[in-house]
Write a protein of this length. Structure first.
Lengths: 588, 301
């Protein structure tokens, strides 16, 4: 019987087991679950085990958006159960594929339903109307589910309002191996009681009763007492019966193995420029003067886990591909929200989104990629945003705010009407510091104020137009900020790319040597040779196509690497950069 | 011969700790459990000890002449504990040279029962990443969560794991400082169920305190953890020093008891390691190479 039980829906908890920011420890057929409700109402049913070291997530912390493991502070996102942060390595973005096992969850009749491999739908009972019923306290029983269900067929009770009587007629309206529906009639009074038996383990069950009709006050209390007494007696009898039989072996749930990539030391996942996800524009609105907001919802399933700083490629109806940062706060995982500024010198990307794309349209997007990861081990974090550069920093600021970490978000714009996503920035309180209408000189002076007095344990994140970023990096360097504490993201690479050189590229791990002629990029040539290399902006700004240089001198033409990284000569952006030497050896 | 419940010859042949000498009354029988076997022990207070399989005529609490007990198991007195073996133990236990330095305080901080396998407890002992979360404001504090790169080697000649260049931010680095600072650690795993750590001494910059955990495997999923201290401290009373270690261990215990499965999985795909877990990865490989099966879930071959 328990073989087929895996494919059926069972209650695993009651709605009242999930108070604000609690994590409930549930069990079904020997498998433990961590069940928690996020502040947006979504009920998560997860394997009760952190993927890192197996610690129960039911002892973790529900912060309303994410579940945090008690052992090492790993954070898992609402809905997807994807890991968003590994505190031991604050400079790295966790591999997106670190995702805990999730199980289906449906809330019905005041109960949370789940199943290991659900087939069909959650039971729907014609006699029970949502909102017009009373969910009884779950009664745990040390007996197999079939023993309990058989006993429940003989359960005799009084209808609501007549609990002081004793001569109700009770009939079985329906029953199967995991549930029994009974009706008690006494004169005019009639109550339908449906009992679901949750098979916790081979020899343990929980009786979850639901009565039709809403009762209040003293009557409600009397009804609860009535069933509590009767079910407690039924429990004693069922446990006696179970004790007379040999104890069945406990069920052993099969814990999925992690993927082979995750079993080894983490490596970057490889993705080409693929747009595997289809989203619908659920909402398009004016997020500020000249900035359109887009809410992108998945056509089916869940969106992949994102981390603050991540961007997606959006494939536009006109064939162009553009990168936009995800602005969502932690746990806001039902859609991605992006902001698009209408560029005066648009080559067709922002114009298309502003003028052509409408609510209801379907777009293809890539999985989120994070080449601008946020450390969360700083004593102080300073964000400096120029205009639409707010988007990645907004996601970062919300993440730090959610963890009560110290930060300031300096937001430079021409005027108040240009400050985007006011509904999101309003939640940041006094940490948001707008700077409006400043000339380039005044901006420089303000940056000097903000960045003066560097202290160790501080980190700086910059995103904005190229000239402002150059100025801010310059000011930071003057103020004593080390390069390792200054993180930046350019919108685009405005350098004029010189692709006149020709050279040879040897790929050490793939054991091939390729010729890169003038006018073509390393990335192109590698792709043609069948070597899969992830890329996104393909103009040296986003950092996706980074490769490690083993030998040779790179000719850097990107805006992603910082000066120290450039000087070290060990990294190269394969989409725009080339070689000064006749030959480059890459670790690919 | 009595049937041995543990069939792992590697584990049977090891020395295992049973009790702190300072906590055993001379000439009185004490019962304990090792590898699911009921054992009794006694010391004479003059440097001799005996360990034997539990017998009805020598009940716990009864008086015994240590020299007169027959059917004794191998016994060794080392690092303040009484050790025995259910197999053929090596002549020597792993060395801790600092134990012989005369100016050190040596004590058993605590013996605590924990509902977990010995290897899970060793991994916890080697782990720095949990300091800010489990030992909040004592051994670590958010947001200083980074585990910096460190070195791990398996020493072939000494047959032990050695993790060096380990550093972790500690909010109150010493009794005299009010600011946090990186504290240096060295970890050794010289025995599948024992580990020794060396940590910057707050009173003498040039020397290291030694803290060891010796795990007595009661069965595959239960241990008695003996915590040995060998430290530089002339200020504090024993009870103050012990209380500190007991606080730390009391914070680890509920985490350890909520790990699933309780036995340590040696299949590399059972859990998700990160770079900070280098020493744990080495430990799991070392156990696999030794062929240890007790207290672990061996990788499918």
């Amino acid at each position: 019987m328990l073989d087929t039980a895996k494919t059926r829906w069972h209650p695993v908890a009651a709605t009242y087991d999930l108070p604000f920011r609690h994590v409930f420890h549930a069990q079904l057929l020997g498998r433990e679950f961590a069940v928690w409700r996020a502040d947006d109402g979504y009920v998560n049913v997860w394997e009760n085990r952190c993927l890192h070291r197996g610690v129960r997530l039911s002892i973790g912390i529900n912060d309303g958006r994410e579940l945090k493991c008690q052992y090492h502070g790993w954070r898992y996102s609402n809905r997807t159960a994807g890991c968003t942060y590994i505190p031991a390595h604050p400079a790295d973005a966790p591999a997106r594929t670190i995702t805990n096992r999730t199980f289906a969850a449906v809330e019905r009749y005041g109960l949370i339903w789940s199943a290991e491999e659900p087939q069909g739908e959650v039971p729907e009972l014609p006699g029970l109307a949502e909102g017009e019923l009373l969910t009884l306290r779950g009664i745990p029983v040390n007996a197999p589910a079939d023993v309990v269900a058989a006993r429940l067929e003989g359960y005799r009770f009084q209808p609501n309002g007549r609990t002081d009587g004793s001569d109700a007629k009770v009939s079985v309206e329906a029953s199967n191996e995991f549930s029994v529906a009974l009706r008690a009639v006494d004169g005019e009074a009639s109550t339908l009681a449906v009992f679901f038996v949750q098979p916790v383990d081979s020899n343990r069950s929980v009786i979850r009763g639901v009565l039709d009709g809403k009762v209040e006050g003293a009557v409600r209390l009397a009804v609860l007492h009535h069933h509590n007494d009767l079910l407690s007696k039924l429990r004693d009898i069922a446990e006696h019966e179970a004790q007379a039989q040999p104890v069945p072996a406990p069920l052993e749930p099969v814990i999925d193995r992690v993927s082979p990539e995750l079993a080894e030391m983490p490596e970057e996942t490889k993705h080409g420029r693929k747009a595997t996800i289809r989203v619908e524009v659920a909402r398009k609105w004016q997020a500020a003067d000249g900035i359109a907001g887009f809410e992108l919802r998945p056509i089916k399933g869940l969106l992949p886990t994102f981390q603050p700083g991540a961007h997606i490629d959006v494939h536009l109806p006109n064939g162009l591909i553009r990168q936009y940062s995800i602005t969502n706060g932690p746990g806001e995982s039902d859609s991605y929200i992006i902001g698009v500024k209408l560029e005066r010198d648009s080559k067709g990307g922002s114009t298309c989104l502003h003028e052509t794309v409408r609510q209801g349209d379907v777009l293809a997007i890539s999985e989120p990629r994070n080449n601008f990861p946020l450390r969360r081990d700083a004593m102080k974090t300073i964000f400096v945003a120029g205009g639409i550069g707010i988007t990645p920093l907004l996601a970062m600021a919300q993440a730090l705010s959610n963890q009560s970490l110290n930060f300031e978000l300096h937001y430079f714009a021409q005027n108040e009407a240009q400050l985007a996503f006011p509904e999101k920035t309003a939640c940041l309180g006094t940490s948001l510091k707008p700077h409006l209408g400043l000339s380039p000189e005044q901006t420089g002076a303000r940056l000097r104020e903000i960045l003066s007095g560097y202290r160790s344990d501080a980190h700086l994140y910059l995103c904005g137009p190229g000239p402002m970023l150059e100025a801010a990096r310059h000011v930071a360097a003057e103020a004593g900020w080390p390069e390792t504490a200054v993180h930046f993201e350019y919108f685009k690479n405005t350098n004029v790319i010189d692709d006149s050189s020709s050279f040879e590229v040897a790929l050490a791990r793939s054991c091939v040597t390729l010729k890169v002629p003038a006018g073509r990029t390393i990335l192109d040539v590698m792709r043609e040779a069948g070597i899969d290399m992830p890329s996104s902006c393909e103009q040296g700004a986003c950092g996706t196509c980074l490769a490690t240089v083993i030998e040779g001198e790179p000719d850097h033409q990107d805006v992603y690497l910082n000066d120290a990284e450039r000087k070290s000569g060990t990294k190269i952006m394969t989409c725009v950069s080339r070689a000064k030497s006749a030959r480059l050896v890459l670790d690919l | 011969m009595t049937k041995t419940r543990c069939t792992d010859q590697v584990i049977l042949d090891l020395w295992h700790p049973l009790a702190a000498l300072a906590e055993v009354r001379a000439g009185v029988v004490v019962d304990t459990v090792l590898l699911e076997e009921r054992l009794s022990l006694a010391i004479d207070g003059k440097g001799s000890a005996a360990v034997w399989r539990d017998r009805a005529d020598l009940a716990e609490g009864s008086l015994v002449d240590v020299a007169a007990v027959d059917g004794k198991l191998p016994v060794k007195l080392a690092y303040g504990y009484i050790w025995t073996s259910l197999g053929n133990p090596p002549a020597d236990l792993f060395p801790i040279p600092e134990f012989d330095e005369p100016d050190r305080r040596k004590l058993n901080a605590a013996t605590v029962g924990v509902n977990v396998s010995a290897p899970r407890a060793i991994e916890n002992f080697l782990d720095m990443g949990h300091f800010p979360y489990v030992h909040t404001d004592i051994l670590g504090a958010e947001p200083h969560t980074e585990v910096k790169e460190y070195d791990v080697e398996i020493s072939v000649d000494r047959d032990e794991i050695l993790a060096t260049r380990c550093r972790f931010f500690q909010p109150m680095a010493s009794t005299t400082s009010t600011e946090g600072a990186d504290v240096d650690y060295i970890y050794r795993v010289p025995h599948p169920y024992c580990s020794v750590l060396y940590k910057s001494s707050p009173v003498d910059e040039s020397r290291l305190d030694v803290i060891a955990v010796f795990l007595q495997p009661v069965d595959q999923e239960h241990v008695r953890a003996h915590m040995m201290l060998c430290i530089l401290d002339e200020e504090n009373e024993d009870k103050v020093i012990k209380r500190f270690q007991q606080t730390i261990f009391g914070q680890d215990k509920p985490i350890l008891e909520n790990q699933f499965p309780k036995r340590l999985p040696l299949d590399p795909r059972a859990e998700t390691p990160i770079r900070a877990d280098k020493s744990a990865i080495a430990y799991r490989r070392w156990l696999s190479q030794k062929g240890v099966t007790y207290g672990v879930i061996p990788a499918a071959t």
